[in-house]
Design a protein around this ligand. Structure first.
Ligand SMILES: Nc1ncnc2c1ncn2[C@@H]1O[C@H](COP(=O)(O)OP(=O)(O)OP(=O)(O)O)[C@@H](O)[C@H]1O
Length: 250
């Protein structure tokens, strides 16, 4: 039977980007959130899997340059996305679970034009309009974002990011909480993205068929490669048979 998650997969075309974490530690309030993470990733479709609290979102935020590591380095094609924020706009875009945390402007056209303006492109409004046209959403131009559904807001976020044509698109569980038809529709839009996809999820079904999967556990790399999903699933089934929900150690 066909699974709607199939649509999340992207076209396998376009340039391959080099993602490198070198001995990355990230500490917040004295607590190590990520420890000694070293990875060298050049696959086109990369999954990041792990339990709640394992450090996936922190990994995504470091990759997007939204935070700098406490120690170690993060680079995308040799560029540090936290240090070179202007370059980062063209290198990496990130789509979070909650579009309300991402949208700043009252209307769709303002929101889509914002990143383009930051990038310093000529005539950002015309470029934003062209993006709306390409997505078949020209009629959304002056719509108030607060009047849109969650799925529609998520599409506004996706259009805003893809307008900037980033080399890497990070998905931090953007489909959680959306109904199946909305997920399928958004996934179809995603299928037009031909850069490097980094998809963060706690659900192995989201990442089936991905080229490379990174498994994070308690802030460290537990495993990586093509076979990691099976090992992760086995381990989750094993842990699910126990009672670690009562564990307050982390
Ligand atoms: N800004 C912060 N301040 C304090 N603790 C934080 C902060 N950001 C993350 N943490 C903690 O770091 C750990 C890892 O968080 P992170 O969000 O990266 O994990 P995750 O794997 O994405 O989890 P989930 O699947 O639940 O979203 C969690 O225990 C979280 O509470």
């Amino acid at each position: 039977m066909r699974d709607e998650r199939d649509d999340v997969r992207v076209k396998d075309t376009g340039a391959v980007t080099q993602i490198r974490f070198d001995a990355v530690d990230h500490v917040i309030d004295g607590r190590a959130i990520l420890s000694g993470v070293s990875v060298d990733l050049s696959a086109r479709r990369i999954g990041v899997i792990g339990r709640n609290g394992s450090g996936k979102t922190t990994f995504a935020r470091l990759l997007a340059g939204l935070v700098a590591p406490t120690s170690g380095t993060v680079t995308i094609d040799g560029i540090d996305p936290a240090k070179d924020r202007r370059a980062a706009l063209s290198l990496v875009g990130i789509l979070f679970q909650n579009p309300d945390h991402q949208i700043i402007f009252p209307t769709v056209i303002e929101e889509v034009a914002f990143g383009l303006r930051q990038q310093g492109v000529d005539d950002p409004d015309a470029r934003a309009q062209a993006v709306l046209d390409r997505f078949g959403k020209a009629h959304w131009r002056d719509a108030h974002v607060h009047s849109l559904s969650q799925g529609q807001k998520q599409l506004v976020c996706l259009m805003s990011i893809l307008a900037m044509t980033p080399r890497i698109l990070i998905l931090d569980e953007p489909f959680a909480g959306l109904d199946i038809p909305t997920r399928m529709q958004l996934a179809r839009y995603l299928s037009h993205y031909d850069g490097t996809l980094v998809h963060v999820s706690h659900d192995p079904r989201d990442l089936a068929g991905y080229d490379h999967v990174l498994w994070l556990e308690r802030g460290a790399v537990k495993g990586q490669g093509a076979d990691v999903l099976d090992a992760f699933t086995d381990e989750m089934m094993r842990q699910g048979g126990g009672d670690d929900i009562s564990d307050l150690s982390r």
